[in-house]
Ligand binder design. Structure first.
Ligand code: SAM
Length: 242
């Protein structure tokens, strides 16, 4: 299934939303990420599903060497333009996180990795593909370095499911999404595997992460707060085993 993010109009519309709702809180998010990743000046950071580069550029402004990967050519064009305007160098690569192994060489060891705001995990084809992706991230991290991911909190979706709701297959944990009827252009659709915290912990551990911690988060509010059952998103922090 083609990703809706490969559609320029979808990416443009989403960027408007991200610029309005997410962009202003980015420095606060990076304050937290910098600390939890335990970064030192000059460290290498990998931003998976980097979009228009809001985190990648903020990390680069703080002196880190950053690689950002995204499936959307159009968002990456914006990211490169914004990096130029900010006067920083970031390596932006285009491709799917399902192909992470092919996009980056395992010898390219990173000191920290992030994947923020539903940026790949869940839409790669199913839990096996998500596990393979997490294993690739693990392989790209130096031992004892961390990966921070934010994604939908499946608990909330299960709790809100009602008889007749066909958009969520609770047996498989799969959410179906499609563009509304007033969408002009080719209709787009996507299936996303949602995880409850215990499942995602298992996946992280199976991929070779230890000390896996799960907490709540919201745009501009990354504080390691406890996860609430009604939180839209959760944050997962895993440490690459040695
Ligand atoms: C909601 S945006 C968040 C972007 C960015 N992380 C941020 O916080 O601003 C989700 C991003 O995930 C990217 N994405 C979705 N599926 C992907 C895949 N299979 N491989 C790489 N990137 C993907 C999209 O292109 C989009 O940039």
């Amino acid at each position: 299934m083609r990703s809706p993010w490969e559609d320029r109009r979808f990416a443009e519309r989403s960027l408007e939303h991200m610029d309005r709702v997410l962009l202003p809180g980015t420095p606060w998010e990076v304050n937290f990420l910098e600390k939890i990743l335990g970064l030192e000046p000059g460290d290498r950071v990998l931003d998976l599903g980097c979009g228009a580069g809001r985190h990648a550029i903020e990390f680069a402004l703080r002196g880190y060497r950053v690689v950002g990967i995204d499936i959307s050519p159009w968002l990456l064009r914006v990211a490169r333009q914004r990096a130029r305007e900010a006067g920083v160098q970031v390596v932006f690569l285009q491709g799917s996180l399902a192909d992470l192994e092919r996009l980056l060489d395992e010898r390219e060891a990173f000191d920290g990795a992030i994947s923020i705001c539903e940026s790949g995990l869940g839409v790669l084809g199913g839990w096996r593909e998500d596990l393979a992706f997490l294993k690739s991230v693990r392989a790209l991290l130096k031992p004892k370095r961390r990966f921070v991911l934010t994604t939908f909190n499946g608990l909330r979706r299960y709790r809100r499911w009602q008889e007749g709701d066909e958009r969520f297959n609770f047996l498989e944990g799969i959410q179906r999404w499609k563009t509304p009827p007033d969408w002009e252009g080719t209709p787009l659709k996507e299936e996303e595997r949602l995880y409850i915290p215990s499942e995602i912990r298992m996946l992280f551990e199976m991929a070779g992460f230890e000390d896996v911690r799960i907490c709540g988060c919201a745009p501009g509010r990354f504080e390691g707060q406890p996860l609430g059952i009604e939180d839209v998103e959760m944050m997962v922090v895993g440490t690459a085993s040695s």
